[in-house]
Ligand binder design. Structure first.
Ligand SMILES: [Zn+2]
Length: 84
């Protein structure tokens, strides 16, 4: 009986599992690629970000964030973005 295919499958399974664990542990909580599951509010006036927000520009569409009615633009973490 040949063991190589079984060892190969086991190796692939363990490697994939370890990679999935690593990705989940080290996935950024900040930065453009981060995921922020927490609800955020405007840092200026405290208005909570709308659950389903309409992107006001391309950056918001790509990376999240919203424009508050008070005029503050925030990223998805609720940090104010200075106007360009
Ligand atoms: Zn605001």
């Amino acid at each position: 009986m040949r063991l190589e295919p079984i060892i190969g499958i086991l190796f692939a399974a363990v490697t994939g599992w370890a990679a999935a664990r690593l990705v989940r542990r080290f996935w950024p909580k900040s930065g453009k690629w981060g995921i922020n599951p927490q609800p955020v509010a405007c840092p200026t006036c405290g208005t909570p970000a709308p659950r389903f927000r309409k992107p006001a520009n391309r950056r918001q569409m790509l990376w999240g964030g919203w424009s508050c009615p008070c005029g503050t633009e925030c990223d998805k973490y609720g940090h104010p973005i200075p106007p360009p």
